[in-house]
Design a protein around this ligand. Structure first.
Ligand code: PEP
Ligand code: MG
Length: 590
């Protein structure tokens, strides 16, 4: 029941993990570590103060070790983030400088730590490299832990929560998120964080609803408040009125029922009523997500974002390490295809190793294939690992951020060199694999007819295609209203590329987020896309929608679609014609 007369508040944030949950708020605040007192330490007590600091660090290290050890198998891959935090504990800048400050300034450990952390953070935050800027958050997480141990502040141990609650936090660190037990925690909301944050990645792996980036949700929710999270729509409702509660309860049960029904049929082929078979594939970031693609009935992996194995570390993974990971994924999926996208770093996914590049405009910088063509040793290592792993199943290779024709030629040359190298080494490999490119830059759209001659398939990366053609940063909330997959400009580009692919006899796929939304499917089907790839959880809904459509009707429908002048008009036309079968009704936020 809602509280007697509390004001209902509705907030919009980043829907980081889909689903709806309703429950009581459990605040994970930072009380006890925000206000730090400063006091002078007598000369003869300085060693004791240093010992006290060292003990707090040791306690932090022991706790982290325990968390890493207890990390469930499914989240093993994320444990590397915690290993990074362990390294920070030994860091000279943090550990050594705090001890020095205690000695030199004869002040208490809390004050010294706070001062040192503030200095390190301002250094990181002023760096132009976005990866290093983000590391300021890691410093925060780790120094908070040490501080809690110093002041003896009661730390909310997420792993110990024994009620069914919704966590409300300023920012949940990856360590904290990985402690979440699905049977206890229904979902979580945070002030900080975005869809691509580590926290968001873990929420999706846990399959619990999460809304992040709400700015000040911790200031608006009290412990025990009733709250609703709609992780699909990115909505949080605090103290819902009876009417709202009923609406979301209905939506939740419709969602659950619907999910159960579509999952039952998700292993059936995505075949339209008139017999067209669409391939529905999954996008993965981490090797273990391949299992989800399987269980949600995916026909293969349409996008394996390999860069996640390169982030959060200071060295590059070697050929053997990469080979092992790729082989695991390929073996899980075989005989279904696995599309391995080569390293697409920089832009919003900067490498620790690239801090030497000063890029004022990273989205327009040395990203994706541009980086690989410059760092050919790193690129060749990855290509060799892919060619070797390709022996174990059905592998395709895909190159990101292709902007010019020369880039394709150069890339293929390096692929040949990688194969020659393996040949010389006498290592078993498979060179007979399909080669494709992502179409995600407008120049590639317009050059598609010439580029088609060089490759076996195109995969349209709508996330970047929208970013680069509408001139909007995909992560900037100020221009988010322009991020419209249904904008006629985007639809025209997709249609052009699809028509060219058909004309040249190559396959045409879509692996941007757009492919995972049922409402877009009649258009993608009508345009003639051969294969869609999406977040694994979206596969059952998309397959189910495809099974209720008629491809010939969808093709005819395109005549009306391409007369529309705005994204809103396209949406309205879709709703009027296909509203009865679209599952988006479930996510209706009105
Ligand atoms: C895209 O740009 O649409 C895409 C699939 O790649 P990413 O989101 O990884 O940039
Ligand atoms: Mg992209």
């Amino acid at each position: 029941m809602p509280k007697k007369d509390p004001k209902e508040i509705k907030l919009n944030g980043v829907g980081a993990s889909p689903g709806i949950c309703i429950g009581r708020a459990y605040l994970v605040d930072k009380k006890g570590v925000d206000v730090v007192e400063k006091y002078v330490i007598d000369e003869d007590r300085l060693q004791d103060e240093i010992k006290r600091f060292k003990a707090a660090v040791k306690k932090t290290r022991d706790k982290l070790r325990e968390i890493i050890k207890d990390t469930p198998e499914k989240l093993r891959q994320q444990a590397y983030i915690l290993e990074t935090h362990m390294l920070l504990l030994k860091d000279k800048m943090l550990y050594g400088k705090t001890i020095k400050t205690i000695k030199k300034e004869r002040v208490n450990a809390e004050w010294s730590l706070r001062k040192v952390v503030a200095n390190i953070k301002s250094m990181f935050q002023n760096m132009s490299d976005p990866y290093l800027r983000e590391r300021a958050a890691d410093i925060d997480h780790i120094s908070d832990r040490i501080m809690r141990n110093l002041v003896g502040a009661e730390q909310v141990n997420i792993g110990d929560i024994n009620q069914r609650v919704i966590l409300v936090a300023h920012s949940l660190s990856p360590a904290e998120t990985s402690q979440i037990q699905r049977e206890r925690v229904k979902g979580f909301v945070t002030d900080r964080g975005g869809k691509a944050s580590h926290t968001g990645i873990i929420a999706r792996a846990l399959e619990i609803p999460a809304v992040l980036g709400l700015d000040n949700v911790t200031g608006m929710i009290q412990n025990d408040d009733l709250i609703i999270i709609d992780g699909t729509a990115g909505i949080v409702v605090i103290n819902p009125r009876e009417k709202t509660l009923i609406k979301f309860e209905e939506r939740q049960s419709r969602y659950e029922e619907y999910k159960a029904v579509i999952i039952q049929s998700s292993h059936l082929p995505a075949e339209t009523v008139d017999g067209f078979h669409m391939q529905v594939m999954g996008n993965i970031e981490l090797p273990e997500e391949a299992v989800s693609v399987h269980s949600y009935g995916g026909d293969g992996i349409g996008l394996y974002r390999t860069e996640f194995q390169y982030l959060s570390r200071t060295d590059f993974p070697g050929e053997h390490e990469l080979f092992d990971k790729y082989k695991d994924v390929i073996e899980v999926m075989t005989p279904k295809p696995v599309t391995i996208r080569t390293l697409d770093i920089n832009g919003d996914k900067a490498l620790a190793q690239t801090s030497d590049f000063d890029e004022p405009n990273p989205a327009l910088g040395l990203r994706g294939i541009r980086y690989c063509l410059k760092k050919t040793d790193v690129f060749k290592t990855q290509l060799k690992a892919i060619l070797r792993a390709a022996v174990f199943g059905n592998v395709r290779i895909m190159f990101p951020m292709i902007t010019t024709y020369e880039e394709i030629c150069e890339t293929k040359k390096i692929l040949d060199e990688a194969a020659d190298c393996l040949e010389k080494e006498g290592v078993t490999f498979n060179r007979d694999i399909k080669v494709g490119i992502l179409i995600e830059v407008p120049s590639a759209v317009i050059m598609a007819d010439l580029m088609a001659k060089e490759v076996d398939f195109f995969s349209i990366g709508t996330n970047d295609l929208i970013q680069y053609s509408m001139a909007i940063d995909r992560g900037n909330r100020q221009v988010a209203h322009l991020f419209q997959p249904l904008d006629p400009a985007i639809l025209r580009m997709i249609k052009h590329v699809a028509d060219v692919a058909k004309d040249k006899g190559i396959k045409i796929f879509i692996c941007g987020e757009m492919a995972g939304y049922p409402i877009h499917i009649p258009i993608l089907l009508g345009i003639g896309i051969d294969e869609l790839s999406m977040n694994p959880q979206s596969i059952p809904a998309v397959k189910s929608v495809i099974r209720s459509l008629n491809v010939n009707d969808a093709r005819l429908f395109m005549n009306d679609i391409f007369k529309q002048t705005t994204a809103t008009k396209v949406f309205e036309l879709l709703r009027d014609n296909y509203g009865n079968i679209l599952t988006d009704k479930l996510y209706d936020t009105k």
